[in-house]
Ligand binder design. Structure first.
Ligand SMILES: Cc1cc2nc3c(=O)[nH]c(=O)nc-3n(C[C@H](O)[C@H](O)[C@H](O)COP(=O)(O)OP(=O)(O)OC[C@H]3O[C@@H](n4cnc5c(N)ncnc54)[C@H](O)[C@@H]3O)c2cc1C
Length: 424
């Protein structure tokens, strides 16, 4: 295509959300352009993003239906159990303490014993998405190419690139991340606050297998998550058991931890991790991400729809940020497909309002829920500690309630778009 093509949809941002949107919308028959400021060669490299993502089973259905799951399945570790514990890290002044109240979510309790999700390294998700984009005839990739402006007109909209090119489409999708400039230019306000917390991410190796158990250990500075990764094999033998850590630390304390030498950093990890998987060693570089909450007050404007972190950036405490974005994409596919089917303009506000109705309330509920969870657990205030331990005990004892939590973790509740529905 290219050369003066008028696209159906122009997607600004080719991250995990924008990239997946391009594939999903193209497969639904829309001609798409996707624009990203970064170089796709660099975006594919391991050094670009050290995170893993907990992919819910509803999101995995989207990857499967788009034919992307086969490319990541061998790198996706199923989450069989989630264990949530309240505690304090070991330090010079105490031996560490784990509350006797723990919550246990076991995938065996679900009717079909589906894993509660899968842990996948972001680089594998990104590579699967880019491979699909490169072979998809309905998508043109403009990258590296920075968006510098946009015009929204009666019959179409234009994305202006810094190199002077203009890309025209009926609808523009803003997938340009938490700080979305496109959202700001469309005068869409946000509710936002910083968490004064930093997410420290690192891969560790340990002696024993994690057996597919994800641990969330609530420490006063924030949650410390141990996420099961696929083991490393050599000559058909497992040579390394691995987990990805998301260690939420106070913003003012994080730089000192990031600056520690490897052995001191490893000791700090061991103080939090404990010894239940044997000796722990570092198995990759450290990364840090400032954590903030951002919720757009509207997910739409004339000829504009917001998806992914541009619409909602949330605390990683429940591993749901990207999963919300995947649901945005699946819902948008249904909304624009239905509009096209009856001959409507896919950029018209009457059409986009259906997307907004479907996604904004659902996103706001989950975003605020994760915010509350973080506030409740990221402190050492005795009455709150007592209340949350009693709450954990109650949820732990009521099987139907546990199942609701597990369905939430699987993003399998509420009105699901076609790409996310269960097979019948
Ligand atoms: C520590 C941590 C752990 C997480 N763990 C999980 C998890 O387990 N499960 C989960 O579901 N979610 C998780 N998340 C959330 C998840 O990582 C994000 O929701 C997701 O990466 C957002 O993707 P995105 O494509 O919307 O935004 P981004 O990744 O920010 O992508 C935006 C893209 O837009 C491009 N762009 C920006 N401006 C321009 C411009 N002017 N012109 C052209 N291109 C532009 C950028 O180059 C970028 O590629 C986690 C987040 C953190 C911080």
């Amino acid at each position: 295509m290219k050369n003066g093509t008028v696209y159906d949809i122009v997607i600004v941002g080719g991250g995990l959300a924008g990239g997946l949107a391009a594939v999903a919308l193209a497969r639904a028959g829309f001609h798409c352009a996707v624009v990203d400021a970064a170089n796709p060669v660099k975006m594919r490299e391991a050094a670009f993003d050290g995170r893993t993502t907990a992919i819910s089973y509803a999101s995995a259905r989207v990857f499967r239906r788009l034919g992307l799951w086969d490319a990541v399945a061998h790198e996706a570790e199923p989450i069989r159990d989630i264990l949530v514990t309240d505690g304090r890290a070991k330090s010079r002044f105490n031996d560490g303490a784990v509350s006797s109240f723990a919550l246990h979510f076991d995938s065996e309790e679900l009717e079909d014993a589906t894993p509660l999700g899968w842990i996948v390294e972001n680089r594998f998700l990104r590579n699967a998405i880019f491979d699909a984009i490169e072979t998809e005839k309905n998508v043109d990739l403009f990258a590296p190419a920075k968006r510098a402006g946009a015009n929204f007109n009666d019959g179409s909209a234009e994305v202006l690139l810094a190199n002077g090119e203009t890309i025209t489409g009926s609808l523009i999708v803003a997938a340009d991340g938490r700080l979305s400039a496109l959202r700001g230019e469309a005068a869409i306000k946000t509710n936002e606050w910083r968490y004064k917390q930093t997410g420290i991410v690192v891969t560790v190796a340990h002696e024993r297998s994690h057996e597919g158990v994800a641990q969330e250990f609530f420490l006063p500075s924030g949650p410390f998550a141990i996420l099961p990764m696929t083991p490393v094999h050599e000559d058909g033998q497992i040579t390394k058991h691995r987990s990805s850590l998301v260690w939420t630390e106070r913003e003012d304390a994080a730089p000192a931890y990031m600056a520690l030498d490897d052995e001191a950093f490893r000791t700090e990890i061991e103080n939090r991790f404990g010894s239940y998987l044997g000796a722990v060693s570092l198995a990759g570089p450290r990364w840090s991400y400032p954590l903030a909450f951002t919720l757009a007050q509207s997910f739409i404007a004339p000829r504009l729809a917001l998806i992914g972190d541009a619409a909602h950036a949330i605390h990683p405490i429940a591993g749901q940020g990207y999963n919300l974005g995947v649901k945005d994409i699946a819902a948008l596919v249904d909304v624009v497909t239905e509009a096209r089917g009856v001959g409507l303009d896919i950029g018209a506000m009457t059409v986009l309002q259906n997307y907004q109705r479907w996604r904004r309330f659902d996103s706001a509920t989950l975003a605020l829920g994760t915010d509350l969870l973080n506030r409740l657990f990221s402190n050492d205030f005795p009455p709150l500690r007592f209340a949350r331990d009693i709450g954990m005990e109650a949820v732990g004892k009521i099987a139907p309630l546990r199942k609701v939590f597990m369905r939430h973790a699987g993003a399998d509740l509420g009105s699901l778009p076609s790409l996310m529905q269960r097979d019948v």
